[in-house]
Structures are given as C-alpha cells and as structure tokens.
Design a protein around this ligand. Structure first.
Ligand code: NDP
Length: 262
C-alpha cells in the first residue's frame, strides 16, 4: 500500500541512533524528506552516512530538544530547506534507572524537563508549519511505563505517564488545526540503550544471552526484545495520511509485555 508519504517532510528528533534512526531510514524508503537532530555531531554524521540520502532528502542538525531556541532555529532551517513540515516524531530521549531512594530533586527536575521539553519545544516550533499542511501528524515515542510503572524507573515512569496524558490534551486542542497527535508505547527495544546497560552490567553473559534472560525476567510474551524497525513501522503508519481518522490514541509496540487491556 502506498502510505502517501512521498515528498512529505518529517522532522524526527534523536535520529542518530536506535528507534529514531530506524524511523528516518523507513521514511526515506517511503520517499519522504527527513530532518533529524541529536546533540552529538559526530554520531549524527556517522548515522547520516549510513543512509545514503542526498541533501535534498535528508537534513541533519545539532540540537538539544531541551533548548527551545535551538529547536526553533533547527525547525526554521528545515522549513526553509524543504518548504514546510508535515510530520513530527518526538523521539529524542533516554530513561533514568533509579529507585525513589536514589532519586534527588535534580533527577526529578531533569527528567521532567527532558520529557516535557522533548514534546513541547518541537511541537511549538513546528506548529505553524503543521497547521499549514493538509496531512499533519505528530507521533510521540513513549513507553509502556506510562501505563505500567516500574519502581526501578520511578522518574521516567511518572514523566511518561504525564506525556501520555499531555498527548491526549494536545490531540484534542490541535484537532481543529488539522493536526493529529498519537503515541507509540515501547516495551524493551534492542537499541544503544540496552547495549550500554549490558556493558555496564558486566554479567559475563553474551549480549544475546543477557537479552533472552531480560525478556524472560520482564515477562515479554514474544520472548525477545523488539527491533527498532518494528517500532519505525508503527510510527510511520501513524504519520501516514492513510491514518487520517486516528488521533489521541496510543499503540503498544512491546511484544506483549504490557499486561493492561487499554
Ligand atoms: P538511543 O539511545 O538509541 O537513541 C536516542 C537518540 O536521541 C539519539 O539519537 C540521541 O542522540 C538523541 N537524544 C538524546 N537526548 C537528546 C536531547 N536532549 N536532544 C536531542 N537529541 C537527544 O535510544 P532509543 O532509540 O532506544 O530510544 C528512543 C526513544 O524511545 C527514547 O525517547 C527512549 O527513552 C524511548 N524508549 C526506548 C525504549 C527501549 O527499550 N529502547 C523503551 C521505552 C522508551 P545524542 O545522544 O547524540 O543526543
């Protein structure tokens, strides 16, 4: 099926790795023009080099989503180069592995800032362009933690729940402007986040053995971690104009780790 994304412009935050990079790759394969950002210029350049897209299709920029002015400048660049913005994927971020007693006031502040700024800054910057598009769609990359908190990720779980709630409000408020807003809630996805944790854990297990044990411990029904491309397909289908009647909802991409029915 043609997803209708050819020559549309999509801004993906955090596209130098993992889910963001897989989303950029999938969008390019659909014929979209893609812009992406991250904080580390070298990582971004390395990732871009793997994509084999020309400057007329792919634009990258160093930008921290916590800084509103930097996000605005990057968005202005994208809109000027590509003539607008039709889609936005708020993906940049990471989780904070801490329990209550390990969590200080700064952790709470930093985590809430990253999660809320990561949605609100790009949305505010892109909003005039999205309003002008005839197929505007925003996808917030979230986690099943939003609905199923884990004490070992206490700040991230709380922030994720707030973002899921915010996504619903934004979907209602921006619907009259023709902007759809949906979320994907991830379980355990095999990306840099997990290779870093495997290295830090120093268990003596290979990465594959460690992953299988992790999936079993966490009760992943499909018995494995997800792949970044598996998330990208869900994100891209929500971005597609074919999903024109879907807004204010969320899709779990989690291999069945989510125990809830909503
Ligand atoms: P990765 O660590 O592989 O990639 C994260 C990307 O975000 C990188 O490109 C990174 O680049 C960028 N980034 C991080 N912080 C910022 C920032 N402040 N400003 C701009 N860019 C930033 O992560 P994943 O692909 O695994 O995760 C993608 C999203 O999915 C994240 O929001 C994550 O929390 C969420 N998620 C992931 C899960 C998983 O199991 N993998 C589970 C649940 C949610 P740089 O560091 O150079 O800035």
């Amino acid at each position: 099926m043609d997803l209708g994304l050819a020559d549309r412009t999509v801004l993906v935050t955090g596209g130098s790795s993992g889910v963001g990079l897989a989303t950029v790759r999938t969008l390019l394969a659909e014929g979209a023009r893609v812009a992406t950002c991250g904080r580390d210029a070298d990582r971004l350049a390395e990732a871009a080099a793997t994509l084999g897209a020309g400057q007329d299709r792919l634009l990258t920029g160093v930008c921290d989503v916590r800084e509103a002015d930097a996000v605005q400048r990057f968005t202005d660049r994208v809109a000027t180069a590509f003539g607008g913005v039709d889609g936005l994927v708020n993906n940049a971020g990471q989780s904070r592995m801490k329990r209550l007693d390990e969590t200080g006031a700064e952790d709470w502040r930093d985590e809430l800032e990253l999660k809320f700024a990561g949605v609100l800054h790009p949305l505010q910057a892109c909003r005039p362009h999205l309003r002008a598009s005839d197929a505007a769609s925003v996808v917030n990359v979230n986690a099943v933690l939003a609905k199923q908190p884990e004490p070992r990720l206490i700040t991230t779980s709380a922030a994720r729940a707030g973002i899921l709630n915010l996504s619903k409000s934004l979907a209602t408020e921006l619907a009259p402007e023709g902007i759809r807003i949906n979320s994907v809630c991830l379980g355990l996805i095999d990306t840099g986040q997990w290779t870093r944790r495997h290295a830090a854990a120093d268990t003596g297990l290979t990465y594959e053995q460690w992953q299988s044990r992790l999936a079993a411990d966490r009760g992943v029904a499909l018995g494995r971690l997800g792949r970044a491309e598996e998330v990208a397909y869900a994100v891209v289908s929500l971005l597609s104009p074919r999903a024109s009647y879907i807004t204010g909802t969320s899709i779990d991409v989690c291999g069945g780790v989510s125990r809830g029915i909503l």
